[in-house]
Design a protein around this ligand. Structure first.
Ligand code: ATP
Length: 347
């Protein structure tokens, strides 16, 4: 069991700071997801931890020892790449134990580990095949089996599910998470997919332009986003944000789609026209084009009886409202619950 601590880590490519003085920790046996949009620096962070990039500044501590300038092989880390990086000419069995062979692990030990990881990942029937004779999901499992066979205490994964179709991705999310928990692996997992982050992570590190926007348990990011960026990035549909005048000045009010109700049109309420209805079975997401707040998403259970073009009004309980500074985008203190705030929008 091992923990990872990142302190003031930076990486510049010329003038560009791809990773800009970030700090975070992955506790032993924890699955930490590095999440963020394309180009935010998450892969670079992972490559720095793996030792595939040299940091410009900062420390990478594994069990308290700085490995920032050690060779990848001396970091007690395995890595699963997006491309899986399998050898096409080698059998599945050879692919899985390749790293062990290179490290000079005895043949009997290799055979024992191969049998164990093959059983664990459901690959036992395919060991004699070549990678081209497997499906995408099976190849993904080979990459995972190879990482597990290495028995390194820390496993890094860079978008390992992005080549798979939606159904397989959902299955593999569960499999990877179950395996990581069963083996007590410390895992650092990169994705731009917030659903992957929310469903798999113990802890999410949300990045934006090389910096950490917010970190915490998935529910913390969802329920108390620290910034409008976090509010919009986590959750689908994204959090609705509307400008609001309060006694303390202008704010951006945020409200999640599931907390908005469609109500009778009335004074002081946000009104708008139904732009689209997306029926998902369990619920319906209604897109409403409002006069003041732009597009608004409303999620209601089951079917919604509304027609495209119809005028509707929106309401929500103020206890569900988030407040942000319109200039900095940062979360403002506790939500006021005085009756004067109970109407969603002033017009
Ligand atoms: P994606 O999800 O698209 O892979 P990412 O969040 O993983 O994005 P990085 O790959 O870490 O982002 O890239 C961060 C920034 O650093 C990007 O602007 C990228 O263009 C730049 N960058 C990454 N690698 C290099 C490199 N070797 N040389 C120059 N710039 C680089």
């Amino acid at each position: 069991m091992s923990d990872v601590r990142i302190e003031g880590l930076s990486k510049a490519f010329g003038d560009q700071r791809a990773v800009d003085a970030i700090d975070f920790e992955v506790a032993s046996g924890e699955l930490c997801v590095l999440l963020g949009p394309s180009g935010c620096g998450k892969s670079t962070t992972l490559r720095l931890v793996a030792g595939l990039e040299e940091p410009s500044d900062g420390r990478i501590l594994v069990d308290g020892v700085d490995v920032a300038h050690k060779a990848p092989k001396d970091r007690r880390i395995s890595m699963v790449f997006q491309s899986y990086a399998l050898f096409p000419h080698l059998s599945i069995a050879k692919n899985i134990v390749f790293g062990l062979e290179v490290r000079g692990v005895a043949k009997a030990v290799r055979a024992e580990r191969l049998a164990r990881v093959a059983a664990m990942t459901g690959l036992a029937p395919y060991l004699d095949r070549k990678p081209s004779q497997l499906s995408g999901g099976q190849r993904q499992r080979v990459a995972l089996a190879r990482a597990i066979a290495g028995e390194q205490p820390i496993c890094l994964m860079d978008e390992p599910l992005s080549n798979l179709d939606a159904k397989l991705r959902a299955e593999m999310r569960l499999e990877i998470r179950a395996l990581q928990q069963r083996l007590g692996m410390t895992m650092l997992y990169v994705t731009h997919d917030q659903i992957e982050a929310m469903t798999m992570a113990d802890r999410v590190v949300l990045m934006n332009e090389g910096r950490i926007e917010q970190q915490g348990a998935p529910a913390e990011l969802y329920e108390r986003p620290a910034t409008t960026f976090a509010a919009r990035f986590i959750g689908a549909p994204a959090m609705n944000l509307v400008p609001l005048e309060t006694s303390a000045g202008p704010v951006l009010a945020g409200v999640r789609a599931e907390h908005v109700e469609l109500v009778e049109v009335g004074a002081g309420r946000v009104a708008g026209r139904v732009k689209a209805l997306e029926y998902h079975g369990a619920d319906t997401v209604v897109a409403v084009d409002t006069e003041h707040g732009g597009d608004f998403a409303v999620r209601r259970p089951g079917r919604v009886r509304a027609a495209v073009g119809e005028t509707v009004a929106l309401a929500w309980n103020p206890t569900h409202e988030h407040r942000f500074d319109p200039t900095t985008g940062r979360r403002l203190g506790a939500i006021a619950s005085s009756p004067s705030n109970s109407e969603p929008v002033r017009s």
